[in-house]
Design a protein around this ligand. Structure first.
Ligand code: 1PR
Length: 524
């Protein structure tokens, strides 16, 4: 039996799933007394430092936690569960942490994208049981904007490089805490957790730690999911968003099975898009929640889910907020949610009013679950123009002129799966959504979707240059060389593909093999 501290702020499902996969029975801590009684405690922190400390205070967990941490009993902190051990954080000035380790938590001061999202390496600084059996060149999944800065090196277990070197794990007697998420770090993460649970393994420094760690470019498999005409939930795939062939919805497989296959093949993340959720209410769509629940029990890389995340009034007049919809997805095993149509409408409102309301789905979900949990999925298509002055949009000079020889184009945002074009360009959308608190942009392209002709590099560059959050390049991958092209001709942090993986034309392993020694990737 292992105790897990769930202070109610976020998704602890994936940690529970990982522990259960390793054969543990998980007891959720719900009072200070439960903390006192625990023999081994896992603390997965989610959200923001200030909100976390407030909840810990309200629930009267603070003194129980401090006592537990001083007792010498095993403790594993993850992400904010590491930061909580320090004295204070720049994220919440004036609010004290648990002060078990001298030092503070600082925001990344880098030119690179913040949050630091993705798979990065570790440099091990002192022997640790949790590394038993590891080579040292494994990568782990990070997602954070703040990092710990201990006052001395005494308790530093690992460091990681992200423009500069930061502390990515600490060890003090039986207290271990990592900035990265072992529960989302595939087989390496599970092995590390298993070592902690066993608590009897020899402490080692792995032999092959890199001198400098590098954030890997991520390869993401995307599953567009919808109900077909027979009522089955299937993975489908469109050509420029048209998913029907001879009148029927293309059926490329079952969502849970395909996700499992991509995990085994080495996908760094898996994205589900519920592509018809704009017309249905997703909380009624229980099969989709079930897909997430079943997938997250066996897939230990980040899962994103999109489709239908917006405020909603059902036929009986009952109101649901987008936050409630998102919360249900998080509870079912999602690590991030993605917002498509609603992001366009929110941006239009912000531009019209000249200010934000603080109440949009993006702001509300980012406040509770953190910026990194909010992905904006953009569905743009090219609109050609003769001159940049002819429209009030961010235009680019294109190397691929339009049908009438037009030299310029802008990227028009659409809603409802490309069915409705709006008077808004993708660059403006990305900038406004970043300001509202989005953590990442999933950049599709209707012109390229399903064409196998390569990513729209011009689109990716113009959006990437406009924001500092990570950008996932999507649409058009047709072969392994397209991945190399997108990572060398743009600064995109990740590349997503669907069709070539579903049709088994190219496997994720083959993509990574091709990129080996050309682009930093994660090896399983
Ligand atoms: O608007 O918040 O309800 O979210 C709906 C979501 O569903 C959006 O993220 C939107 O992108 C997606 N969506 C809606 N309709 C379709 C469709 O195809 N008819 N799919 C759709 C979007 C695009 C990518 C695709 C890549 C890679 N699919 O996700 O996987 O283009 O494809 P490729 O590698 O085969 O070229 P909301």
């Amino acid at each position: 039996m292992i105790s897990l501290l769930d202070y109610g702020a976020g998704n602890v499902r994936s940690v529970i799933n990982a522990l259960e996969k390793l054969g543990e029975t998980v007891n959720i801590v719900s009072t200070g007394d439960d903390i006192n009684r625990a023999d081994r405690l896992v603390f997965p922190g989610v959200g923001s430092f200030g909100a976390m400390m407030e909840i810990l205070q309200e629930k009267k967990y603070i003194s129980a936690l401090q006592e537990y941490l001083q007792s010498g009993k095993p403790f594993f902190g993850i992400c904010l569960g590491l930061q909580v051990l320090f004295e204070k954080s720049e994220e919440a000035p004036g609010i004290a942490g648990l002060s078990i380790i001298p030092g503070e938590v600082k925001r990344f001061a880098v030119d690179l994208a913040v949050p630091h999202i993705g798979w990065n390496g570790i440099k091990v600084k002192q022997p640790g049981q949790i590394f038993n059996g590891m080579q040292g060149d494994e990568k782990f999944y990070f997602v954070h904007s703040y990092h710990v800065a201990p006052a001395s090196e005494e308790f530093v277990l690992t460091t990681t490089d992200y423009e500069y070197e930061f502390v990515s794990a600490i060890q003090k007697n039986n207290i271990i805490a990592t900035q990265f998420h072992p529960e989302k770090s595939g087989k390496a993460g599970l092995a590390l957790l298993e070592n902690f649970l066993s608590n009897t393994r020899e402490a080692i420094i792995p032999r092959a730690c890199p001198k400098k760690t590098e954030l890997a470019k991520r390869i993401i498999a995307c599953l567009d999911v919808r109900t077909n005409d027979q009522g089955d939930l299937v993975v489908t795939k469109g050509d420029q968003y048209d998913v029907r062939e001879d009148g029927n919805v293309r059926n490329l497989g079952k969502p849970v099975e395909l996700a499992g296959r991509y995990y085994e093949e080495g996908a760094d993340e898996i994205t589900f898009l519920n592509i018809t959720a704009f017309r249905d209410f997703p909380l009624k769509d229980m099969p989709m929640l079930e897909v997430l629940e079943r997938t997250s029990r066996n897939v230990f890389v980040p899962l994103t889910i999109g489709g239908g995340i917006r405020d909603y009034i059902d036929k009986d007049g009952k109101q649901y907020s987008s936050l409630q919809v998102a919360s249900e997805y998080f509870r079912s095993g999602a690590d991030k949610i993605s917002i498509g149509s609603d992001a366009v409408l929110i941006t239009e409102d912000v531009l019209k009013a000249g200010k934000t309301t603080g109440m949009s789905s993006i702001e509300q979900i980012a406040r509770v679950y953190g910026n990194q949990a909010v992905v904006i999925s953009v569905d743009p298509r090219r609109v050609y123009v003769d001159s940049p002055d002819s429209v009030n949009h961010e235009t680019i000079k294109t190397a691929f002129p339009g049908p009438n020889g037009e030299q310029y184009c802008w990227y028009q945002c659409t809603i409802k799966g490309g069915r409705e074009g709006r008077d808004l360009d993708a660059v403006t959308l990305a900038k406004v959504c970043e300001q509202l608190g989005a953590g990442e942009i999933l950049l599709n392209c209707i012109d390229k979707d399903g064409t196998n002709s390569g990513f729209d590099l011009e689109l990716i560059n113009v959006v990437k240059n406009a924001v500092s959050i990570p950008v996932i390049a999507s649409s058009g991958a047709g072969n392994t060389a397209h991945f190399l092209e997108v990572f060398t001709a743009t600064q995109a942090e990740a590349a997503l593909a669907a069709g070539i993986f579903h049709r088994q034309e190219v496997s994720i392993g083959e993509v990574k093999e091709f990129l080996h020694e050309k682009v930093e990737t994660r090896k399983e």
